[in-house]
Design a binder for this molecule. Structure first.
Ligand SMILES: NC(=O)c1ccc[n+]([C@@H]2O[C@H](COP(=O)([O-])OP(=O)(O)OC[C@H]3O[C@@H](n4cnc5c(N)ncnc54)[C@H](O)[C@@H]3O)[C@@H](O)[C@H]2O)c1
Length: 367
């Protein structure tokens, strides 16, 4: 029986992140329920629906948008589709949750923000690091003055590469690991420091182990200068063996904290025989592994989705918006251009003639 107080949610996509969204809404079910899912590959949306008891499955998401009473739709499709999907959802008068990175170009980002404003719907940017319990604790301590003036924040996310083909195709993804996971680190540093303006971005990147699969970069390092004097360091890799590694370091004149998202929430384990599942993208469960418990909770996905639902009901003020996603897009463009030019790039930065962020790097690399 539908509960009228719960926000009615639809999910676009039925892959990796769609599964996380469906699970997240079930882990914290008080404020929202998923009533529909849409995905174009026959059978896939229905499979996700069966797995999570979602009442309706569609092949075409535009059909799903006609459902009476649908209030919020989450986009978990490849990056190149985020902008057009947002247009359709907003025009249907439905609130939008868009997965990271926001889209492919700054023009798309502006248009997404505009259309949502015009139709009076909220545009949420699904950056779960704003809700990751361990990272939220680090920010609370920083905001309470634990570290004095924070001069450096570092966020890094590394694994051995994504699960689906489209990530490796820069026309679908917009870039390699800097686009895919650097977007988390940029958003994190900006949010952690209280959203100061970005003065400049400097990045270095390369394709070290996956040149057979992609022309995109599989490792990147990025330094962001903020106008409050602090520096953000964003390190990412699709070339790092051994499963997901996600961590933060915060340095202030009065203190320091280290937050490793998985370690400390993991069980140092040795197994001769292996077992079901250790951690995202771990290649094996034999030998020494670090299985995590409550993985989605530790990332903050349920807390993130609950927050979005509560914003729709006016119970909370949005903490992760299209504007955050746009800040990240501009820094991504500047970072790729910086890596191509070999020097730091000042913001505001408006790229000329780039259809996707990685073009700023590829253009120079080809010379
Ligand atoms: N927040 C995070 O940590 C996180 C993690 C993984 C992925 N993501 C993001 O989520 C998005 C999806 O990534 P994924 O890993 O789930 O990819 P995936 O390949 O596992 O799933 C993509 C889904 O999109 C569907 N799709 C493709 N074209 C579509 C269309 N025209 N209409 C509707 N659905 C369509 C596919 O059928 C598939 O179900 C990406 O933007 C990615 O960056 C975020």
């Amino acid at each position: 029986m539908a509960n009228p107080d719960k926000v009615k949610v639809g999910i676009i996509g039925s892959g990796f992140e769609a599964d996380i969204h469906a699970a997240a809404f079930q882990i914290m079910p008080e404020d929202a329920e998923v009533v529909a899912v849409a995905s174009p590959t026959p059978g896939h949306a229905q499979e996700l629906a069966n797995r999570y008891g979602i009442p309706r499955a569609y092949l075409d998401y535009r059909e799903m948008l006609k459902e009476p009473g649908l209030e919020m739709v989450t986009i978990t499709a490849p990056n190149r589709l985020h902008a057009q999907m947002t247009q359709h959802i907003a025009k249907a008068g439905i609130h939008v949750v868009c997965e990271k990175p926001l889209c492919m170009t700054l023009e798309e980002a502006d248009a997404m923000i505009d259309i949502c404003r015009k139709h009076g719907v909220l545009l949420f940017y699904a950056e779960e690091l704003f809700f990751t319990p361990k990272y939220v604790k680090a920010k609370e301590m920083a905001d309470q003055g634990a570290f004095g003036k924070v001069y450096q924040v570092k966020q890094s996310e590394k694994h051995f590469g994504p699960h689906a083909d489209w990530f490796w195709d820069v026309n679908s993804s917009g870039g390699g690991v800097f686009m895919d996971m650097g977007c988390h680190g940029i958003a994190f540093c900006h949010w952690f420091l209280g959203r100061p303006k970005i003065k400049s971005v400097y990045a270095h990147m390369g394709t070290y182990v996956h040149g057979d699969k992609t022309i995109g970069e599989d490792d990147s390092v990025c330094v962001i200068e903020f106008d409050n004097g602090a520096v953000g360091i964003v390190e990412n890799s699709w070339a790092r063996r051994g499963g997901m590694d996600d961590r933060v370091e915060v340095y202030g004149e009065g203190g320091v904290t280290y937050a490793n998202l998985h370690m400390g929430n993991a069980l140092p384990t040795y197994s001769e025989y292996g077992f079901g599942y250790a951690v995202e993208k771990a290649p094996t469960t034999k030998g020494w592994t670090y299985p995590v418990f409550e993985e989605l909770w530790n990332y903050g996905f349920p807390q993130e989705m609950r927050h979005f639902a509560r914003c729709v009901r006016g119970r909370e003020a949005p903490q992760a918006t299209g504007e955050d996603g746009r800040v990240v897009m501009e820094a991504l463009y500047a970072g790729y251009a910086s890596a191509g030019l070999g020097c730091k790039v000042a913001l505001p930065y408006r790229p000329e003639g780039a259809a996707k962020p990685i073009d700023g790097w590829l253009r120079h690399r080809a010379r």
